[in-house]
Design a protein around this ligand. Structure first.
Ligand code: 5AD
Ligand code: SF4
Length: 467
C-alpha cells in the first residue's frame, strides 16, 4: 500500500503522464438485482467523478437506490477543501456502521479527496474497520477490481503520486440535456491555502482530440450544453507539448455545433486575450465567467500565492466586461486568511463594490494540514471572521439582486432542464449568463432553449413566463 503524504507532493518532479485507453469488460450479472447508494460531497469535479463511479457500479450489475437501507453497497465520494468536510463524512459513517451491523454483507466504500489524506486513511484503518474499500482520486478506474477482489480485510488503493490520464471512460450522466466534460485533472498552482494540488495531483490535460470527440458524441446524443471541467481550465494544454491552448480548445469545441459551451474554473493569472476573443466571437460560448478573486488585498493575495494584484484583477475584470456583451461574472472569496487585517478586508469589499459581481461563493478560511498557510500565524478570532463573512454576504446579495432586477421585463434564452422542485406547475432552467429561472407555461419544453420573459427577480433566482 502506498499511503498519500501531502508533504511529498510539492517535491514531485514533472513526470511523463501517459494517456491510457482503457478497455475494461465486466460481468453484468456479478451483482444482478443488488443496489448501490452513492453520496457525493463537494465540487463539480466530484459530481462528475460520481458519474464515472455510477457507471462502474452498473457495469457489475448494481442498480441505483436513494435509500441507504436498501443498498448492498454504499459509496461516499468525499471532499477535503474545508475542515467541515471531515465532520460530514464521520457523521454519515455512523449510519453506514449501523446498516452494516444489521447486514454484514453490505460493502462500504470511501473515495474522493479525503481518501487522499494520510491522516484520514490511518483513521479509517484504525477506527472504522467496517469500511471495506478505500480508493483515491487516481484509482477510480480500479473500482470494479476492488469490489470483486474484496475479502474480510480492508482493501485500500490510494496512489500518492498523480496517476495517468484515462480515456474511454463511461459515465452514467445525471442529465441527458447538459454534460460535464473533463479537460484536465489536478492543479499546478499551489495556492497556499488549497489542498487540491495534493489530493488531485499535478495538472494533467486530456488530449484535445479526445475532448472534441467526446463533445461530438454528446451532440449526436442530443445534448444541448457542455461544461468543460478542470481546476484551472485556462492553463489547459500547458503540460503537453504542442497541445492546443485553452482559447483554441474553446474555439474547437464551439465549432462542434453544441448549442451551449461553458467552462469552470478559470484562474485570473492564465486568462488570455485570445480566450476573451473566443468567448466574444462565438454565440454558443456562454457569456458567463466564474473568476475567483479570493481576496482584494495585495498583501493577502501575495501570501495566498495567487500571482495577481488587486489592480490586475480589476483590469482583467474590466477588459472582460468591455469585450463580452452582457457578460455575467461570479467569484469565490475567502475571508479570515491568517492575520487578515480590517484594512485587508476593506480592500476585498472595495473590489466587490467596484465589480458588483452577479454572485459569489464566500468562505471563512479553513486551515488544511500540509498546506503552507496552515503553518502561518493567525491572530484573527473566529467571531471577527464570522462578522466579515456576514458583511461580505450582505454586499454580495445586494449586487446579486441589483443585477437580477435589471432583467425584469426582458426576454432571455433559457435551457429548460426539468420540473421545478418547489412548484410542480413550473419548469426550471438557466439563462446564458447562468441565472436560475423558474418558468410557467413551458412544461412541454424540457430539453429546449426557449425565450422567457422575466417577471420577477430575486437574489438567487428569477421568475418568468414563456414568451
Ligand atoms: N479555506 C476556505 N476556502 C477555501 N477554498 C479553497 N481552499 C480553501 C480553504 N482552505 C475555496 C476557494 C476556492 C473554492 C473552491 O474553495 O475560494 O476557489
Ligand atoms: Fe486550489 Fe484553484 Fe489555487 Fe489550484 S488554482 S491551488 S485548485 S485554489
Amino acid at each position: 500500500m502506498n499511503l498519500p503524504n501531502i508533504k511529498e507532493a510539492r517535491k514531485r518532479t514533472k513526470n511523463e503522464v501517459e494517456h491510457i485507453y482503457l478497455e475494461q469488460e465486466y460481468d453484468k450479472n456479478a451483482f444482478k438485482n443488488k443496489k448501490y447508494f452513492l453520496r457525493t460531497y463537494g465540487c463539480q469535479m466530484n459530481v462528475h467523478d460520481s458519474e464515472e463511479i455510477a457507471a462502474r457500479l452498473e457495469s457489475l450489475g448494481f442498480e441505483s437506490t436513494d435509500e441507504l437501507e436498501k443498498a448492498n453497497i454504499i459509496i461516499l465520494n468525499t471532499c477535503a477543501i474545508r475542515e467541515n468536510a471531515h465532520d460530514k463524512l464521520y457523521g454519515f459513517l455512523g449510519r453506514c456502521k449501523h446498516a452494516k451491523k444489521l447486514d454484514d454483507s453490505i460493502i462500504i466504500g470511501i473515495c474522493g479527496c479525503m481518501a487522499q489524506e494520510e491522516g484520514v486513511v490511518k483513521e479509517l484503518m484504525k477506527k472504522h474497520p467496517y469500511v471495506d474499500i478505500v480508493f483515491g482520486t487516481h484509482n477510480i478506474h480500479e473500482l470494479q477490481d476492488l469490489i470483486l477482489e474484496r475479502n474480510s480485510k480492508q482493501n485500500i488503493r490510494v496512489y500518492s503520486c498523480e496517476g495517468n490520464v484515462y480515456e474511454n471512460i463511461s459515465y452514467k450522466r445525471d442529465s441527458n440535456i447538459k454534460a460535464w466534460v473533463n479537460i484536465q485533472y489536478g492543479c499546478d498552482k499551489f495556492c497556499t491555502y488549497c489542498i487540491v494540488p495534493y489530493t488531485r495531483g499535478k495538472q494533467r490535460s486530456r488530449k484535445s482530440k479526445e475532448i472534441i470527440k467526446e463533445v461530438k458524441d454528446l451532440v449526436k446524443d442530443g445534448y444541448k450544453e457542455v461544461t468543460l471541467l478542470g481546476q484551472n481550465v485556462n492553463a489547459y494544454g500547458k503540460d503537453i507539448e504542442g497541445e492546443l491552448s485553452f482559447a483554441d480548445l474553446l474555439q474547437s469545441v464551439a465549432e462542434t455545433g453544441i448549442e451551449r459551451v461553458r467552462f469552470v474554473t478559470s484562474h485570473p493569472w492564465d486568462f488570455t486575450d485570445e480566450m476573451i476573443d473566443a468567448i466574444a466571437n462565438n454565440d454558443n460560448i456562454m457569456n458567463y465567467i466564474h473568476l475567483p478573486l479570493q481576496s482584494g488585498s495585495d498583501s493577502i493575495l501575495k501570501k495566498m500565492g495567487r500571482r495577481y494584484t488587486k489592480n490586475e484583477y480589476l483590469e482583467l475584470y474590466n477588459k472582460i466586461k468591455g469585450r463580452v456583451k452582457d457578460v455575467a461574472i461570479t467569484t469565490d472569496i475567502i475571508v479570515g486568511f491568517p492575520n487578515e487585517t480590517e484594512e485587508d478586508f476593506l480592500e476585498t469589499l472595495d473590489v466587490v463594490n467596484k465589480c458588483k459581481f452577479d454572485g459569489a461563493f464566500t468562505f471563512i478560511y479553513s486551515p488544511r494540514e500540509g498546506t503552507p498557510a496552515a503553518t502561518m500565524e493567525d491572530s484573527v478570532d473566529l467571531k471577527t471572521k464570522e462578522d466579515r463573512l456576514y458583511k461580505l454576504n450582505e454586499l454580495i446579495n445586494k449586487y446579486s439582486l441589483e443585477n437580477n432586477k435589471k432583467l425584469e421585463g426582458k426576454v432571455v434564452k433559457v435551457l429548460v432542464e426539468g420540473i421545478s422542485e418547489k412548484d410542480n406547475n413550473k419548469v426550471f432552467g438557466y439563462t446564458e449568463t447562468m441565472k436560475l429561472v423558474n418558468v410557467t407555461n413551458a412544461k412541454e419544453d424540457i430539453g429546449n432553449i426557449i425565450d422567457v420573459k422575466i417577471i420577477e427577480a430575486k437574489s438567487f433566482s428569477l421568475d418568468g413566463e414563456k414568451n
